[in-house]
Design a protein around this ligand. Sequence first.
Ligand code: BG6
Length: 488
Amino acid sequence: MSTSTTIVILGGTGDLAQRKLIPALYTLDVLGRLPASVSVVGFARAKLDDASYREHMWKGARELSGQPVERKAWDRFAKRLSYVRADLADPASFEALRARLKAIEDGAERADRIFYLAVSPSLFTPAIRGLGGAGLASEDTGWRRVVVEKPFGEDEASAAKLDDEVHAVFRESQVYRIDHYLGKETVQNLLVFRFANTIFEPVWNRNYVDNVQITVSETVTVGDRAGYYDGVGVIRDMVQNHLLQLLCLIAMEPPSSPDPEALRSKRVEVLEAVRRWSSEEYAKNAVAGQYDGYLEEKGVAQGSRTPTYAAMRLFIDNWRWQGVPFYLRSGKAMAGKRSEIAIHFKAPPLTLFAQPEGHVHAPNVLAMCVGPDEGFHLRFSSKVPDEGMLIEPEHMEFHYRTSYAGREIPEAYQRLLEDALTGDASLFIRGDQIKHAWSIVDPLLKRLADPASPKPEAYAAGSWGPAAADALLARDGFAWDSLCGHDD
Ligand code: BG6
């Protein structure tokens, strides 16, 4: 049966399309993993035609994607690209899209479509309404899927409203809410690490684990993204999505089947069990920061209280994790770029080997380095030769860059686009998970927005964040400890 599959990128000329989506599709094409039947339609405001759209995308892929792009292979790939000019508020644009789809799908016995919402969140609703209004979501000739970028809503109430809009046009099973962290190779490897090994499961609980630290730090400042970022801040940009997704993968119960829904349900159960802090309780369980110089960035509102850093302490009230603090932190303009989950194990119950005064015997840590230097580290204690019983920490390491030297680690979007094409929703976010994620952070957002509450604490650009974030752990007798970048 001849099939046509079209990916319509709403916001098809934007940064995401240029940097990530089109380059990911190009790579899939080069790898021979993009079926010949796949076409891509850019749908955006810019005054372009097919030829100038292809050139615009070529430029983006070459200059912005950070991956090698070859002209010959590109020209082959670019034949799949076309462009329709759009005003998302104008039904005529969606009629034009319909006509273009009809032309592309002409002669195919089956015509499947993905609508990728790579537009600013304020345009999600008009985009969905436009698609529904023009009958583009009707599954008369094949399946229809909609991929929605983050942030999905700006709090629980607005996410519920957006869900209603989406569900007026698409069934939940057609909705692919994306969080690119789930497409990262090492994030998927967390699942393999936990569920394809037997030795870790017995210690993966409150009996052995002292605390868990999740760090997603970036060295970049907001740069030219202040227009977006200043209205969003680190909680909506990183914590509600990327950090809570990492928390789910590290804390979830093993699913009992490979069914995508089983995996998704287990992730949701973690968020259900996260203890909800009130705005007042967040005063003791969260720290917000803003890097020095943020207020001078172009596009930042005068006196902005937007946090560029946040740290928080969460608890998961279930049998596995009761009483184990999970510390999360994320920030811009920090001392190092790393995404890392560190499981800190309890100290041995008895000290057999007396250590010199002031010498700290560091307990075991298992660190999962999600990026940029992907791998795992296990810190363990070892005897220093010929110095009595002096103990020093050593590291057992696995890194992709050494174990798979010369092999490219695929971009997250590559995997996620492939999954959306094949209809595997395991690595996408279900509506109920979004709702729970917002309900965890909403009281903190409320607190931060309250002019009566303290402003975010200043921290020096290039540091590890405000001192209060260290105090958050020190109060419990812990300290932030980053293993993945231990040699930087
Ligand atoms: C995005 C955020 O979702 O993730 C950005 O909007 C952030 O602000 C980016 O820089 C970080 O992603 P990665 O893959 O570089 O860790």
